[in-house]
Design a protein around this ligand. Structure first.
Ligand SMILES: NC(=O)c1ccc[n+]([C@@H]2O[C@H](COP(=O)([O-])OP(=O)(O)OC[C@H]3O[C@@H](n4cnc5c(N)ncnc54)[C@H](OP(=O)(O)O)[C@@H]3O)[C@@H](O)[C@H]2O)c1
Length: 264
C-alpha cells in the first residue's frame, strides 16, 4: 500500500494533536502538522513519533490567518496530499485583527479553512482521490452575511465563534459541490467537547478527552474512498442533518464574500 499523506492544521492544540497522533498510528500514513509555532510543533512531533513509532511525521510552518503564508505553503509542497483536515481555530475574548486588517476569527476559522482548500485544490486533484475534513461544531449560528467582521455590531467572541463554525459547515457544502467531480470529498464535523484554550475562552471546560474529540474527524479521514460520501455534517461518527447546508443562496453569497478577501 502506498503512503497516504495527511495535512492537519492546529495540531499543537488539544484536538488537533490527538487527530495527528491517531492518523500516525497507521505507518502507511505520512502526517504533516500545519502549525505556526515551530517549538510547539517540534515537541508534538517528537511525542507522536515516540508514541506511534511512525517516523513520517513532519511540520509545515504557517500562520493560517494569513493568505500569503497559506499560498506559500502550497507552493513549496511537493508530492501528493490525500487528506486535508482543517482544524485550527481561535476565539479571542477581545476583537483582534490580522496584519491585513481582518477580524481574527473570520481570518483564522473561516478564511483559514477556505484558503487552505483553495490553495491545495490542484494538489488534491492530482493525488487520485482525496478528502477534506472541516472541523466545525454543533455550537454554530448567528451568521451575519452583512457584518462578517463585527464592524457594525458589538464584538462578542462567542457569537463570532458560532458564526465561524456555521460558515465552516456552509462552505463545506459549497466546496463539496465544486470538487466532487475531481474525486475530492468534503465533509464537516463536530469533534467533541474537549477542555482546551479555545473552549476555555468560550467559557466552558469540556467533558470529552482529546482522543474522543479526534474520533469523528479521524474516522472520516481514514474511511476508504468507496465508503465515503460528500457534503455531509457528522457528529459522533454519524451523519446529522444540517440546516446550514440547505440555504443555497446564503451559501453562495458567503462563498463569494470569502473570495473577495484574496484581493485584500
Ligand atoms: N474544544 C471543544 O470543545 C470543541 C468543540 C467543538 C468544536 N471544536 C473545534 O475543534 C477545533 C480544535 O479546537 P481545540 O479545542 O483543539 O482548540 P485549541 O486547543 O485551542 O487549539 C487550536 C489550534 O489552532 C491553532 N491556531 C490558532 N490560530 C492559528 C493560526 N493563525 N495559525 C496557525 N495555527 C493556529 C493553535 O495554534 P497554537 O498552539 O500556536 O496556539 C492550536 O494548534 C476547532 O476548529 C474548534 O472550533 C472544539
Amino acid at each position: 500500500m502506498s503512503q497516504q499523506v495527511f495535512l492537519v492544521t492546529g495540531a499543537t492544540g488539544a484536538i488537533g494533536k490527538a487527530i495527528a497522533r491517531q492518523c500516525a498510528i497507521d505507518h502507511n500514513h505520512t502526517v504533516v502538522l500545519a502549525c505556526r509555532n515551530e517549538e510547539k510543533a517540534k515537541s508534538v512531533i517528537n511525542e507522536i513519533i515516540q508514541l506511534t513509532g511512525n517516523l513520517n511525521v513532519f511540520n509545515a510552518l504557517v500562520d493560517l490567518s494569513n493568505y500569503q503564508e497559506i499560498c506559500q505553503l502550497a507552493e513549496r509542497w511537493s508530492g501528493p496530499l490525500h487528506v486535508l483536515i482543517n482544524n485550527a481555530a481561535t476565539t479571542p475574548r477581545r476583537r483582534q485583527e490580522t496584519r491585513a486588517g481582518i477580524e481574527l476569527q473570520m481570518a483564522t476559522n473561516v478564511l483559514g479553512y477556505f484558503w487552505m482548500v483553495k490553495a491545495f485544490t490542484d494538489i488534491l486533484k492530482d493525488s487520485g482521490s482525496a478528502q477534506i475534513i472541516n472541523v466545525a461544531s454543533y455550537w454554530a449560528g448567528d451568521l451575519d452575511l452583512n457584518d462578517l467582521e463585527f464592524n457594525n455590531r458589538p464584538y462578542n467572541n462567542n457569537i463570532a465563534y458560532r458564526q465561524s463554525k456555521q460558515a465552516n459547515r456552509m462552505l463545506s457544502v459549497a466546496f463539496s459541490d465544486k470538487l466532487k467531480a475531481y474525486r475530492i470529498n468534503v465533509n464537516a464535523c463536530h469533534p467533541g467537547d474537549v477542555n482546551s484554550t479555545l473552549s476555555n475562552n468560550l467559557g466552558f471546560g469540556g467533558y470529552e478527552t482529546p482522543d474522543q474529540g479526534a474520533q469523528t474527524p479521524v474516522w472520516l479521514a481514514t474511511r476508504p474512498y468507496e465508503q465515503q460520501s460528500t457534503g455531509g455534517y457528522y457528529e459522533h461518527m454519524r451523519a446529522v442533518p444540517c440546516l446550514f447546508g440547505r440555504g443555497q443562496e446564503a451559501i453562495q453569497k458567503l462563498f463569494i464574500r470569502c473570495e473577495t478577501y484574496t484581493r485584500r
